[in-house]
Design a protein around this ligand. Structure first.
Ligand code: MN
Ligand code: MN
Length: 366
């Protein structure tokens, strides 16, 4: 669990005269409590009062697992036959006599659960926790950074497995299967998203899905992957070649690499999020391929694979030591070639440290 961040959340509640916060996002619940779970349609919640002890609320079948996660405070469970909100309301009313204001995660609580919860109280329900939590998560602790580094080193292992699976006749899906099979055998329980392996022109679709396409010789293979390790995510991309590429593809790779390295070299406390995006974009623009870099430079990473800050035009957030995010320029020329190179990094006193170490210069296999 993360007692310091919980304290900061409680300080926010006191400063804003919020009596209780209702956290509903499983990634955020994991961040504060240390308990990771995906409850599907059942209720998983963390309730935090402005003073005193918070409590976790889980399906009855998860109470034991939640207790083993290291959460030191109370855990309440409910059976499928019970009304969860009756139990929650009784628990809260037993602990607080004055209930004037609640805060919710408007970015994640369903309207149905909001209506069920609020029907037990008469109070101010307008406060939104989503931006508050996003801000609390912006700067990572040294413990979080070391877990992000561990998650990153598993991504390096995944690349190694994937690169050695590049061979004539292999399909994209087979390479994905090999990566995930080998990682799971080594104790990685979960990928942070479905592994992406795309060959040739497929790599020009930034969000393409791997399928039965056989790896094309003399073309690129794009790998975008990450794992969840002790609750923290990795996310990295390498674009490599299956046998010698043509000169044009090689040039596109070189431009993308230059953009990625320029952005990485520009990272330091004091620079804004949008400025980093600009550095990468200007590099690609200077070669005339700006129109083919059609997404933001990067996103924050932590207990979830996409969080704050967003490295995008218009975000004037000033970067600080301990912030963690991806740098992932891409150049996608439809029907021809796609290249993306991505590392997640953490901002240090005078630069940054990447979480993944797999070489980024063009590698040729097969
Ligand atoms: Mn990413
Ligand atoms: Mn990625």
């Amino acid at each position: 669990m993360n007692q310091n961040k919980l304290n900061e959340l409680q300080a926010h509640l006191r400063a804003n005269e919020i009596d209780w916060a209702y956290l509903s996002d499983p990634g955020h619940i994991a961040y504060f409590s240390g308990y990771h779970s995906e409850p599907h349609e059942r209720i998983l919640a963390l309730f935090v009062p402005q003073l005193g002890e918070p409590f976790l609320f889980t399906p009855a079948l998860e109470v034991e697992a939640a207790g083993e996660s290291g959460w030191p405070y109370e855990i309440f469970g409910y059976l499928d036959s019970e009304n969860p909100y009756q139990i929650i309301a009784d628990t809260i009313k037993k602990r607080s006599h004055f209930l004037n204001k609640f805060a919710f995660e408007k970015g994640s609580l369903t309207l149905k659960n909001y209506e069920l919860f609020t029907s037990y109280f008469s109070a101010d329900f307008s406060a939104d926790l989503t931006p508050v939590i996003q801000k609390l998560q912006l700067v990572k602790t040294p413990e979080e950074i070391s877990l992000l580094l561990e998650a990153g080193s598993w991504a390096d292992v995944a690349f190694e497995i994937g690169f050695s699976a590049i061979k004539a006749g292999a399909t994209e899906s087979e390479v994905v299967a090999e990566i995930e099979y080998q990682l799971k055998k080594r104790g990685v329980a979960q990928m942070s998203f479905d592994t992406i392996v795309l060959s040739g022109a497929n790599a020009a679709k930034p969000h393409g899905n791997p399928g039965s396409t056989v790896l094309e010789e003399n073309k690129f293979v794009l790998f975008d992957l990450g794992v969840v390790w002790k609750g923290y995510c990795s996310d990295a991309t390498r674009t490599v070649s299956f046998k010698e590429p043509n000169d044009f593809d090689r040039k596109i790779h070189q431009i993308c690499l230059e953009a990625q390295l320029n952005a990485q070299a520009a990272v330091r406390p004091g620079i804004t999020a949008e400025k980093l995006d600009q550095v990468a974009r200007n590099t690609i623009d200077s070669y005339g391929y700006g129109e083919y870099f059609n997404h933001r430079l990067g996103h924050g990473i932590g207990t979830t694979v996409h969080e704050f800050p967003s490295l995008v035009e218009g975000n004037d957030l000033v970067l600080e030591e301990g912030m963690c995010f991806s740098l992932e320029p891409g150049i996608y020329i439809p029907g021809k070639v796609g290249v993306r190179i991505e590392d997640c990094v953490t901002v240090t006193k005078d630069g940054c440290i990447p979480f993944t170490k797999t070489p980024k210069a063009l590698q040729i296999f097969g």
